[in-house]
Write a protein that binds this ligand. Structure first.
Ligand SMILES: O=C[C@H](O)[C@H](O)[C@H](O)COP(=O)(O)O
Length: 234
């Protein structure tokens, strides 16, 4: 994930990632997101670590833990750090205005949501293609469910109006999360009331967590062709 890339959008994402990484200060406890954009941010933090910055990180996935460990970053857990100063992560969709999110196309939504909920500030880094007027316009809502009874859980998600697909990897194997669970990708189309939908999904037995992140975002750094824009929730 590190190194230079000639794709101009990757370069812009790298700048957004560096801007977010610059928010980390000595002594902070920092949530480390998951995905291609978050990986650029962890790389940027690795460079700052090499220059002498010292902080502790809680990773949102085994992938991010491995990357951070390889860079020498000290990792901790919630036992010693139940509250974080800052969490930085990517997203699959960002709703203009509210800055509500869909996350979890990479399958890390549960740990990401726990980390975001534990952080005083939650900063999101995306390219401009992730901005939408209504969540669900392009992305399904990933829902993490227990393997036991997933078919029944899927049926109930379908009753909320979703087209439900069990996530399968390219090699044909089941996608299993870091927590040993399954993902149901739920296509609702444009979502008029994300908060109500998040609550309805959360009430279904067998659901562990959904990828709807409502009222959690402090700031979004958007990488666009015209440069970086910082958005704060309306
Ligand atoms: O589970 C994955 C995460 O929610 C990612 O933050 C999200 O999928 C965005 O990833 P990327 O930066 O690779 O588009």
């Amino acid at each position: 994930m590190s190194g230079q890339n000639s794709d101009p959008m990757v370069e812009l994402k790298r700048r957004a990632a560096e801007e977010a990484a610059a928010m980390v200060q000595d002594g902070m406890a920092v949530g480390l997101g998951t995905g291609s954009t978050a990986a650029l941010m962890i790389d940027a933090l690795g460079r700052r670590w090499a220059e002498g910055l010292r902080f502790v990180g809680i990773p949102t996935s085994e992938r991010s833990a491995e990357q951070a460990r390889a860079l020498g970053i000290t990792l901790v857990d919630f036992g010693s750090h139940p509250q974080l100063d800052l969490a930085i992560d990517g997203a699959d969709e960002v709703e203009r205005g509210s800055l509500d999110l869909i996350k979890g196309l990479g399958g890390a939504l549960l740990r990401e949501k726990i980390v975001a909920a534990a952080a005083r500030r939650f900063v999101v880094i995306v390219d401009e293609g992730k901005l939408v007027d209504h969540l669900g316009s392009r992305s399904p809502v990933p829902v993490e469910v227990t393997p036991f009874g997933w078919e029944s859980t899927a049926r109930q998600l379908g009753e909320l109006g979703a087209r439900v697909a069990l996530r399968i990897k390219r090699d044909g194997e089941l996608f299993v999360t870091d927590g040993g669970n399954l993902i149901l990708d739920c296509t609702f189309g444009p979502i008029a009331h994300p908060r109500a939908l998040e609550a309805s999904i959360g009430h279904i037995v067998g659901v562990i967590e959904s990828g709807l992140f409502v009222s959690r975002t402090s700031e979004v750094i958007v990488a666009g062709r015209d440069g970086l824009t910082r958005l704060v929730a309306a």
